[in-house]
Design a protein. Structure first.
Length: 85
């Protein structure tokens, strides 16, 4: 049998885990409810960026770099669909 102090600590720890799990579960459920039925999509348009350049505000960086940085640039894709506003 556990001493009373250990029982209290164990009960408090289990209660904290339950409260955190319940809170997280509720937050996830609310997120699903709020986003259900939304059909918004994100899109990016690089038509105003010169071929071979990066869009304004973009930068190439790396964490834990062990080799050369990746090459990121806007390229021409003649097979891409064309959308007009």
């Amino acid at each position: 049998m556990m001493p009373t102090g250990k029982r209290v600590k164990t009960a408090v720890a289990l209660l904290m885990v339950f409260v955190l799990a319940s809170t997280f579960g509720y937050a996830m459920a609310q997120t699903r409810v709020e986003t259900a039925g939304k059909t918004d999509t994100a899109s990016w348009n690089f038509d105003d960026v010169p071929v071979g350049k990066l869009p304004a505000g973009w930068k190439v960086a790396a964490t834990n770099q062990k080799g050369p940085l990746a090459t990121w640039q806007v390229v021409m894709d003649k097979t891409a669909p064309f959308f007009s506003n």
